[in-house]
Design a protein around this ligand. Structure first.
Ligand code: ZN
Length: 666
């Protein structure tokens, strides 16, 4: 599973934990790289890289090479014409004989940049095909002049809006396989045929194989369904050979036996395509908790297969963020203190509470379906029986959030929506820190706090359970954000910093999160409901602590008494805990329906209009750093250095030149 970035939070710059990172104050690092259409390209830093040993750096380098070799696989999985289109466009880009300053060439360049971003010709998020803003005749003549040869079949695929309009469709009543452009099924395979094949081959044993995870279903000459397995010697074998080569190189630098087993199993899986080996790999991976360096490399998430079976190729290489992990450890170590001192009724408190240490990682390379657009967290493996029996690893990727945050600075969001310079100044100083700490409190102690009364079950609150649960964890975090204990523990620098978090929560819950809601719609999603519930309830129960004031037709939140807001959070926390502990469904329903769902239509319109004027690119992606190795005469790595100077176009052209092993037709 992937945790996706909340676009608005990123735009507002409130998702980061940057206080421990030196680079924060160094202006030299360039986070913003490029912007086109609705996309913005950022660069991420890799803090603490220098704290890794040479062995760990070498391991990371080999794993990053293994990651980059999978790029073509994703292009082909996203559509069977994608590699042909990408290659024709890249060749034209490099050999165009005329003026590269023309408007046609400019439109062509933006198209190619979009193809790279989406790993194909469909928008990475909406999955709709995007059309070139240059015409077919221009393309044909330009290719002619540049000596670019291409398959004529790509022309309708590129230019005709009715051909392959959607990458993965979820539309009711249509053949999901036939109507999806994704290449998980060969030409002519229908949904019914694919489903029948999966049903016939499904593994119902207690430790089932994920049949179909690593294969394409095609029709053979006799019209029967056949499986083409992704493996060395099979489908995508030419790319997987390189992946395997670099995984083998990585073996010599493994940090311990457990990690060596992980790498060995992944090699064996790529070589054989054997799903039992994949299960063994997953189990070994879950057990590897001690290594500093970690990685995902292979056919992982199944969102892009319209039937949700086959894995999309991705890779992310990362290492543990020790500073952030120390922070969550500190919170977790004090879990009992937090439990004992909260505003909830003592009878709902846990006598013995255990905190959770959140794992925070630093991404070192992004590839496949994690690149250029990326999740901000990963929770794997996906097989439920492995999760149940062996657990799972859930991580938050701090340096990417940090990059979102830094890149958002100066985008005008805070200037538009925050009431005055005073709060903006506090927010600029402490906003990221508070956002981070609030997340830590929410995850490490919030969810784990409190207990249910005898006889009350977890599902007592039914459809409102997740909203109430998220509100409970959020309120726990908010209440403690203002506690002197955090300053005492060294988690916040002073008694004023928390105001940034309070203002942000109230502003977001009352107003700015509405930019994610379409005009006229109510709030559906549990996290959003929770945020509005908290803000609306506090606002409704406020007695001078805060107000919304109007200035030149625009509304702003003003907080007059932050201590008072804390009292309100505390009061609501006590009530939400009571509802949870007692399983009081009627009260939960009343609470959610009164405060969480309905949107103030006039305010919504105003917020949307103000947001639109800021002209922010809603989707972000990244360029990777370049890892440069030095080797001795025996070929052993003697140093690995980071280079952040590569641009977006250069990076993609280099990847296509140096990491492209697949034929155009697979
Ligand atoms: Zn939560």
């Amino acid at each position: 599973m992937k945790k996706q970035l909340c676009i608005v939070l990123a735009a507002a710059g409130i998702l980061c934990g940057c206080q421990q990172k030196k680079t924060c104050t160094e202006q030299a690092f360039q986070y913003n790289v490029d912007k086109f259409y609705d996309l913005e390209i950022l660069r991420y830093d890799v803090p603490e890289f220098d704290s890794l040993s040479l062995q760990q750096k070498s391991l990371l380098y080999c794993l990053s090479e293994a990651a980059l070799w999978g790029r073509d696989i994703l292009f082909d999985q996203n559509g069977r014409y994608n590699l042909r289109i990408r290659r024709a466009c890249e060749e034209l880009y490099l050999n165009y004989p005329y003026d590269k300053g023309s408007s046609e060439f400019d439109a062509f360049e933006r198209y190619l940049k979009r193809v790279w971003f989406s790993n194909g010709i469909h928008h990475h998020y909406s999955e709709d095909k995007f059309l070139p803003e240059f015409d077919k005749e221009w393309f044909i003549l330009a290719c002619d002049a540049a000596g670019v040869e291409y398959d004529d079949d790509i022309l309708p695929v590129m230019f005709d809006p009715t051909v392959m309009p959607k990458r993965t469709t979820a539309q009711d009543g249509v053949d999901l396989v036939a109507c999806s452009a994704g290449n998980y099924y060969g030409e002519g395979v229908t949904q019914a045929e694919a489903e029948a094949w999966y049903a016939a081959h499904k593994d119902n044993s207690p430790e089932p194989l994920w049949i179909g995870l690593n294969s394409q279903l095609v029709k053979n000459e006799k019209g029967e369904i056949e499986e083409r397995v992704y493996k060395v010697g099979g489908l995508y074998g030419e790319a997987l050979e390189h992946v395997v080569h670099w995984l083998k190189e990585a073996l010599q630098y493994a940090e311990n036996d457990q990690q060596r087993e992980v790498i060995e199993k992944m090699i064996a899986f790529n070589e054989t395509g054997d799903l039992k080996t994949f299960n063994e790999y997953c189990i070994a991976w879950v057990k590897d908790l001690d290594s500093r360096v970690d990685f995902v490399n292979g056919f992982t998430e199944t969102y892009s297969d319209p039937l949700g079976i086959t894995g999309t190729w991705e890779s992310m290489v990362n290492f543990k963020d020790l500073a952030a992990t120390k922070r969550t450890q500190l919170i977790s170590d004090n879990a009992q203190w937090f439990e004992d001192h909260s505003t909830t009724d003592p009878k709902y408190k846990k006598e013995e509470v255990k905190g959770v240490t959140a794992k925070v990682i630093t991404a070192a390379i992004l590839a496949g379906d994690c690149y250029p657009a990326t999740p901000i967290g990963i929770n794997l493996p996906n097989a439920n029986w492995i999760r149940k029996e062996y657990g799972s690893k859930s991580v938050t990727i701090d340096n990417l959030m940090h990059a979102y945050n830094e890149a958002a600075k100066g985008n005008g969001f805070n200037e538009e929506f925050m009431i005055d310079d005073e709060i903006r100044a506090i927010y600029e100083k402490y906003g990221a820190m508070c956002g981070d700490l609030h997340t830590d409190l929410h995850e490490c102690v919030g969810h784990g706090s409190g207990k249910l009364m005898p006889g009350v079950t977890k599902d007592a609150l039914k459809e409102h359970a997740s909203t109430i649960e998220e509100a409970r964890a959020d309120l726990f975090g908010l209440y403690y954000l203002a506690d002197p204990k955090l300053v005492e523990l060294g988690l916040l620098p002073n008694a004023e910093a928390y105001k940034a978090g309070y203002y942000q929560q109230m502003m977001n819950g009352l107003m700015t999160q509405l930019v994610r809601i379409e005009p006229g719609k109510d709030i559906e999603e549990a996290h959003m409901r929770n945020r509005q519930l908290i803000a609306n309830w506090c606002y409704a129960h406020a007695n001078g602590e805060m107000e919304i004031i109007e200035r030149d037709g625009k509304h702003y939140l003003q907080i007059n008494d932050y201590e008072g807001v804390r009292r309100l959070y505390g009061e609501l926390l006590a009530e939400i805990q009571r509802i949870t502990s007692e399983g009081d469904y009627a009260a939960a329903k009343e609470m959610v329906e009164t405060y969480a769902v309905k949107v103030n239509q006039d305010l919504h319109k105003e917020i949307l209009a103000r947001y639109q004027k800021l002209n922010l690119a809603p989707y972000k992606g990244f360029v990777n750093p370049v890892y440069r190795v030095e080797r001795n005469a025996e070929g052993m790595i003697t140093d690995v250095k980071l280079d952040f100077s590569e641009g977006y176009i250069e990076q993609h052209l280099r990847y296509s030149r140096d990491y492209s092993a697949l034929p155009s037709v697979n």
